[in-house]
Design a protein around this ligand. Structure first.
Ligand code: BGP
Length: 477
């Protein structure tokens, strides 16, 4: 048995358009939901209702100015040895308001140039179509994915991208972390693939299920269209993965954890099997939810199943049951508990490398499809030391521990894994908080939470460490 990862294993890094490109209003780009978000906790997302207010600071407007600096940044990725690079296409560069009929040529040109630059170095671009954003005009004028019409708008956008880039991009994903909306406790559906703001007094769960259904149909349509455009394309879903462990071996905690896993991950069932699980249909009936799900929709779901599962993995969770609740309804705002066996990051994300091995095995057992870790990483406050450098041993420790478990899953357990792209390979704006100082990168970017800084790039210690990891195909950790 080989002790190494397969030779064709893809190594790279991951980003999303709105978190680094900047250039939010040039070359015909429209306003994205990401452009109306500010810095800081829940207000970051609540600002979606307000639009752009003069004098407020919007971190994504400039991002790290990747739009103008991508050539130098990709040269640094190439220096690290990347064989792939995951990014997303900003919907608003291609269809500024979302409901136009013809794509914006300048937007297509930017991604042509970007992908060509990657390919020049032998770096395969990996593309997410909707990574936590959509045209703001679709939210204002149509209610985002509350509205069935948004399926058509997404289809038009995705078809334009697949048609234009199918010879340059082989691996695609439809919606980033589509299952994050299973947490509907925030006023604004986390994060923003769905573009939904909940009005006071609404049944958020029912609205979430409806919007998620429209997104799943949109995704399935696009998978089918993509395969028709080019049968060689690999089109996947993207799921935010984090196992939810029972807090104790109390049978009710075990069932609670099972129910929580079902609710978080049913999205993958639909993407992969093309059908809704029985428990969910029962739940909708029990709760009296009348969802708009047509026979045509069900056929589309069946004919647009994915080729692989892209996943993010940052942490694991633990849960306890709510005494007296016979139905084990899942509410992560009250039931999740701290796991005393693992440490947490400064943002409370519980660090659990073995949970990655568990996750990869769980997904394989459930779905029997190739997997692709398209996000993993350690958000931390970096310190530029007196020598002008960032010595980020903590980041190396985190990534090393996760790669060790990833390798066990592949080499010992036989998981079919396409590749590994750690999140935020260059420092960028946080999706959860809008902060710049929650850093993930191998490359430091001089910019702070208020937007001050030269935007100059420099290599952290992890840059050289990851370079070695890649050149040894994961042997030198
Ligand atoms: C995932 C998102 C990314 C990214 C990452 C880190 O949920 O797909 O867009 O931002 O998490 O999260 P944060 O930026 O909140 O630290």
């Amino acid at each position: 048995m080989s002790n190494s990862l397969p030779n064709h294993f893809l190594w790279g890094g991951a980003v999303a358009a709105h978190q680094l490109e900047g250039a939010w209003d040039i070359d015909g780009k429209g306003i994205s939901v990401a452009d109306v978000m500010t810095v800081g906790g829940p207000d970051h997302y609540r600002s979606i209702t307000k639009g752009i207010i003069a004098g407020e600071y919007y971190p994504n407007h400039e991002g790290i100015d990747f739009y103008h600096r991508y050539k130098a940044d990709i040269a640094l990725f190439a220096e690290m040895g990347f064989t792939c690079f995951r990014t997303s296409i900003a919907w608003t560069r291609i269809f500024p308001k979302g409901d136009e009929t013809e794509p914006n040529e300048a937007g297509l040109q930017f991604y042509d140039d970007l992908f060509d630059e990657c390919l020049k170095y032998g770096i395969e671009p990996i593309v997410t179509l909707s990574h936590f954003e959509m045209p703001y005009a679709l939210v204002e004028n149509y209610g985002g994915f509350r509205n069935r019409q948004t399926i058509d708008f997404f289809e038009r956008f995705a078809t334009a991208c697949l048609t234009h880039f199918h010879t340059k991009v082989k691996h695609w994903m439809t919606f980033n972390e589509i299952n994050n909306q299973a947490n509907f406790n925030e006023d604004f559906a986390p994060f923003t693939n769905s573009g939904i703001y909940y009005e006071p007094g609404e049944n958020r769960e029912e609205i979430m299920y409806q919007a998620a259904h429209y997104e799943l149909v949109a995704s399935a349509k696009v998978v089918k269209i993509g395969h028709e455009i080019n049968p060689d394309l690999e089109i996947g879903c993207m799921i935010a993965m984090g196992p939810i462990y029972p807090q104790t071996c109390h049978p009710k905690d075990i069932i609670m954890a099972q129910k929580a896993m079902e609710h978080r991950y049913y999205f993958a069932d639909v993407h992969v099997h093309g059908t809704y699980p029985e428990w969910l249909k029962k739940e909708w009936t029990r709760k009296g939810y009348q969802l708009d799900i047509t026979e045509d929709d069900l056929t589309i779901l069946e004919t647009g199943t994915v080729d692989y599962i892209g996943l993010s993995y940052y942490m694991s969770f633990a849960i306890r049951h709510t005494p007296g609740s016979e139905n084990f309804d899942y509410d992560e705002s009250t039931q999740l508990v701290r796991n005393e066996y693992v440490k947490a990051s400064d943002w409370g994300w519980q660090i659990d490398p073995e949970g990655l091995r568990y996750t990869l095995n769980w997904l394989t057992d459930m779905y029997h499809l190739p997997l692709f870790i398209v996000e993993n990483g350690f958000g931390a406050y970096d310190q530029v030391d007196a020598d002008g450098l960032v010595h980020d041993t903590y980041r190396i420790d985190y990534l090393k521990a996760h790669i060790v478990e990833m390798k066990k899953a592949v080499i010992e357990d036989g998981v079919d894994l396409i590749g590994y792209t750690p999140w935020g390979c260059i420092d960028l704006v946080s999706a959860g908080t809008g902060e710049m100082e929650k850093r993930y990168g191998f490359i430091y970017v001089d910019k702070d939470n208020a937007g001050n800084g030269s935007l100059e790039r420099s290599k952290k210690d992890s840059f050289y460490w990851y370079q070695n990891v890649i050149s040894s195909n994961g042997d030198a950790l």
